[in-house]
Design a protein around this ligand. Structure first.
Ligand SMILES: [Zn+2]
Length: 448
């Protein structure tokens, strides 16, 4: 089946699906719902979680002091370490018999972060992921391949339950086993896929090797998240597969995937703010910033029962967009997240985000979307090397001048972005490591 002559049932769904009702509420009504839910959440947190009660007592705050979302800044922030310090169940507001699910983060060092859901929390989670799929134009006749990992990671089961709630057909294939993914995608006629953008790139490459062009398959949309990626990367994905690549955003501490999602306009992600209240702060001072100003995203859960989160610092850098979206949704949008403060590295005193390098690299057409950043220290001086795969014609061009020119153009593009001259190493296609989950872009060997 070719995408050019798809039957009508593949036409984008009307955005005014009943399940998306909350996306289109008048702002005043939305604020009322948020305020009412916040009051309820604060009372629950105060009464059932010692951590929050102690903090509020310390500030002389009682649940009655919180009348509306305007009062939210009276709370102190919650940070990732608070979850570690209360490991495993210290932030639960429900007794274990009401908790139906636990998830945990993979945690690079030490204890993981544990999160919990009541049945009602699962219902909310299903609803927001379903609203994300609807915003992409997916519907019950879609066949959704869930290639996020299943297990303690929230990606797989989160997408799975949302896709089922939509009424779509789910292929719960989980991550990895790429050739089988491609075979089933073709044989089952999957129309959408959920995975990390880096894994989908890997999948496109593998399909090519198997003689399969994704343009010829029914697949038409991807819900990509769990790692930062740039608009330049989106272009590459869309061009090489013929699908629409949509952002999905979420984090386990808040609920998992489904905190925010793009609509068909692909200009920023709508936050499902009837359930997750967003603020943007200055990451250095904690000062709340007005909409339209970049800073760190802070989220408060408004309906979570098992584990309410008050003013959780996500460490994701973005801003709340001020203009209304062409799709008509009234819930606010955040700009796509291309930077996490955790991903930033400092090289010769300059703050650099991998996404800045990604955007510069992919502005060069011979550069393939597979790269790695290696940091080393030589004689006390930080060195940065960018390894990038280039098309085989470029990599195998026997004219030295052509290869050097390409290397120079890439180095210049990066210098224009981060103001540092980096060493560029051109690689043959398929020589850098691929990821089956979240990809590691930066190899920092300076500590070794
Ligand atoms: Zn929109």
């Amino acid at each position: 089946m070719n995408k050019q002559n798809l039957p009508d049932r593949y036409a984008p769904n009307t955005p005014f699906h009943p399940a998306s009702f909350a996306d289109f509420l008048p702002t005043e009504q939305l604020r009322q719902i948020q305020s009412q839910r916040l009051r309820h959440t604060v009372r629950r947190a105060y009464e059932h979680v010692r951590f929050y009660r102690d903090r509020m007592d310390k500030r002389g705050l009682t649940p009655e002091d919180i009348r509306s979302v305007e009062d939210i800044s009276k709370f102190s922030f919650t940070v990732k370490n608070d979850l570690r310090d209360t490991y495993p169940f210290g932030l639960f507001a429900s007794p274990m018999e009401e908790i139906v699910r636990l998830h945990a983060s993979s945690g690079t060092t030490g204890k993981p972060i544990v999160v919990a859901y009541t049945q009602q929390d699962i219902e909310v989670w299903k609803e927001v992921v379903k609203r994300a799929f609807l915003a992409y134009g997916l519907h019950r006749r879609d066949i959704i391949q869930v290639a996020y990992g299943y297990g303690l990671f929230t990606g797989g089961l989160g997408a799975h339950y949302g896709a089922e709630a939509l009424g779509a057909t789910v292929i719960p294939i989980s991550g990895g086993n790429t050739e089988r993914q491609i075979m089933l995608m073709r044989d089952f006629g999957a129309t959408a896929i959920c995975c990390t953008p880096s894994y989908f790139l890997h999948l496109i490459g593998r399909a090519e090797e198997m003689g399969i062009d994704l343009h010829d398959l029914p697949i038409r949309a991807g819900a990509f998240g769990a790692e930062p990626w740039t608009d330049e990367m989106r272009q590459r994905i869309e061009e090489s597969s013929g699908i629409k690549a949509y952002n999905i955003y979420g984090l386990s501490e808040i609920i998992g995937p489904g905190v925010a999602a793009e609509c068909h306009c692909q200009e920023g992600l709508h936050i499902f703010e009837d359930h997750f209240y967003p603020e943007i702060i200055n990451p250095d001072t904690g000062e709340v910033l007005p909409d339209g100003t970049p800073g760190e995203l802070v989220l408060t859960t408004l309906s979570k029962e098992a584990m309410p989160m008050l003013r959780y610092r996500t460490r994701d850098l973005t801003m709340i967009m001020t203009e209304p979206c062409a799709c008509g949704r009234t819930i606010r949008r955040i700009r796509r997240i291309v930077a996490r403060s955790d991903d930033m590295f400092i090289i010769r005193g300059v703050n650099v985000f991998p996404s800045q390098i990604e955007a510069a690299l992919l502005s060069i057409k011979e550069a393939l979307p597979h790269y790695q950043i290696v940091l080393t220290r030589e004689k006390g001086l930080d060195q940065i090397e960018v390894q990038i795969e280039v098309s085989s014609e470029s990599a195998n061009d026997d004219r030295v001048r052509v290869v050097e020119d390409l290397r120079d153009r890439i180095a210049m593009a990066i210098k224009e972005t981060i103001n540092i001259r980096v060493k560029v190493t051109l690689k043959q296609p398929n020589t850098l490591p691929r990821s089956e989950g979240k990809i590691q872009r930066v190899i920092d060997q300076r500590q070794l």
